[in-house]
Design a protein around this ligand. Structure first.
Ligand code: FMN
Length: 214
């Protein structure tokens, strides 16, 4: 682990000032995702989703952002999964993006709602057939005896939908939308003197922004 202790990078790609960013941090998030796409960052829409369990203990995993609306960020999953159960009990979450080559991080926090059936159906219909069948074949986050046992589940689903042109959405598979009430934009700077701007919703539906110490 010596390499981990020694790993040290100075950040010099950019800077961040209130005057440079959109007044709505979701619009700025879209700009930064576009920058990550232009930079060829792998999976620029990958984000860490943090939830809490029934004891208030945090949990986290990576999911893919699929849509940014006027007010929310949307991802899709099996609602029977661990994260689905956690969100049902505590419908609040945090999201984190990190685009390493751009030396940028975005953190968001807010309440989460399940998308309605029509929106989940529309996205499910756009997925490749293989992914659609995989959604049917897996009860996400449940144990399975072996890789072979899982592959037999996949084969059974392939047989079930053989000849069916449009695979329907599994009833428990769908989207969630997080509406941020707090967003932080972070840009790495030299000697750990980073730029941080924190946006919080104000009472009037707008955002207030403050600079935070690094
Ligand atoms: C890059 C990446 C993208 C992922 N995207 C998703 C996704 O969009 N939806 C999803 O359910 N799981 C996704 N996963 C898998 C999750 O990280 C996780 O293993 C799974 O959702 C089960 O989490 P849970 O047991 O906490 O519910 C992704 C994993 C990685 C590494």
């Amino acid at each position: 682990m010596d390499a981990v202790e020694r790993a040290r990078q100075d950040y010099a790609r950019g800077s961040l000032d209130v005057d440079d960013v959109a007044a709505d941090p979701l619009r700025q998030l879209e700009r930064w995702i576009a920058d990550a796409v232009a930079e060829d960052v792998g999976e620029p829409n990958a984000m860490t989703l943090a939830t809490v369990d029934a004891d208030g203990r945090p949990d986290a995993r990576v999911v893919l952002l699929r849509r940014v609306t006027d007010t929310s960020l949307v991802w899709f999953t099996d609602r029977r999964s661990t994260k689905g159960a956690q969100l049902a009990a505590t419908p609040h979450a945090a999201l984190v993006f990190h685009w390493q080559p751009l030396e940028r991080q975005v953190r968001l926090r807010g309440p989460v709602v399940a998308l309605d059936d029509a929106a989940s159906d529309a996205y499910f219909a756009s997925r490749p057939r293989g992914s659609q069948l995989s959604a049917w074949a897996s009860h996400q986050s449940q144990p399975v005896a072996s890789r072979e046992a899982y592959e037999r589940q996949v084969e059974a689903i392939e047989a079930r939908f053989d000849g069916v042109e449009d695979v329907p959405r599994p009833p428990d598979w769908g989207g969630y939308a997080l509406t941020p009430v707090e967003v932080e934009l972070w840009q790495g700077r030299r000697s750990r003197r980073h730029d941080r701007l924190r946006f919080r919703v104000d009472g009037a539906g707008g955002w207030t922004v403050e600079r935070l110490q690094p």
